[in-house]
Design a protein around this ligand. Structure first.
Ligand code: DGL
Length: 261
């Protein structure tokens, strides 16, 4: 089983992408809805939650972990790799690699939670590969609650997206990384507001493609992953609103189970 976790709904965009890239692979998901959002919390807290989430997924039989959360990926990757002896995937490197392939002018925008943006990890990883790249970042703390609330088509959401993207637009970026797994759910609004000439890269689809390539070249790990087309979804708090948004993201019927860690 592939174990995937996030603070809430955002990681389901990674689940969807994995289902598209690796159909038939068994998936176990944990959304930490009782403790969402992660993006406004301290690194120490996010590390602690990420360790607990991973432990839970391993107990359920996960043989590989995807941290489907940029916030957790930016602060907790090292701690998880130190603690657990199985492949651990974060979502930042695949998005960085993709953006460097797509950009023509090497002017890249990044949006994410406050924790992800203030970690500076995207800028660091982009510049490691291309020191001449110009990277402009914007924290968008209101977008996660808007998505969790299901305000996906409201005029207020459009207005807020426009305001957040304005400084990046004036920098003439040609590529924009959605550095939060919640944001692909707002992709059409984001694309509309940033302009159609800007390539919008989702960390969710980027990680799914990277894992597909990794598994095809690592048969010893691929063999450990069961492939019965089954998926299980756990959350730490279950509300009707979450259920509704979750189904629209996964685009199929899913049953959510409540669990306390
Ligand atoms: N979806 C997450 C991310 O990619 C977490 C957002 C949050 O909980 O603040 O950062």
């Amino acid at each position: 089983m592939i174990g995937i976790f996030d603070s809430g709904i955002g990681g389901l965009t990674v689940v969807r992408a994995i289902m598209d890239e690796l159909p038939g692979y068994d998936i176990i998901y944990f959304g930490d809805t009782a403790r969402t959002p992660y993006g406004t919390k301290s690194g120490k807290t996010v590390i602690e939650y990420s360790l607990q989430n991973t432990e839970f997924l391993i107990k359920q039989g996960a043989k590989m972990i995807i941290m489907a959360c940029n916030t957790a990926s930016s602060v907790a990757t090292e701690s998880l790799k130190k603690r657990f002896n199985l492949p651990i995937y974060e979502v930042i490197t695949p998005a960085v690699n993709r953006s460097l392939k797509e950009t023509k002018k090497s002017i890249i925008g990044v949006i994410g939670t406050r924790a992800t943006i203030s970690s500076g990890i995207y800028e660091k990883k982009i510049k490691e590969q291309n020191p001449d790249a110009r990277v402009y970042s914007a924290a968008c703390p209101l977008l996660v609650p808007l998505v969790e609330e299901g305000w996906l088509k409201k005029p207020e959401t459009r207005m807020i997206v426009k305001k957040y993207l304005h400084p990046l637009k004036t920098r003439q970026i040609d590529t924009l990384i959605l550095g939060c797994t919640h944001y692909p759910i707002l992709k059409s609004i984001i694309q509309h507001k940033i302009g159609k000439r800007v390539r919008v890269i989702s960390s969710s689809t980027a990680v799914a493609k990277q894992i597909r390539d990794f598994l095809s070249s690592s048969p010893e790990i691929d063999r450990k992953l069961s492939k019965n087309g089954q998926s299980e979804f756990f959350v730490s708090d279950l509300t009707p609103q979450f259920e509704k948004t979750a189904k629209s993201v996964i685009r199929q019927h899913i049953q959510l189970k409540h669990v306390s860690l």
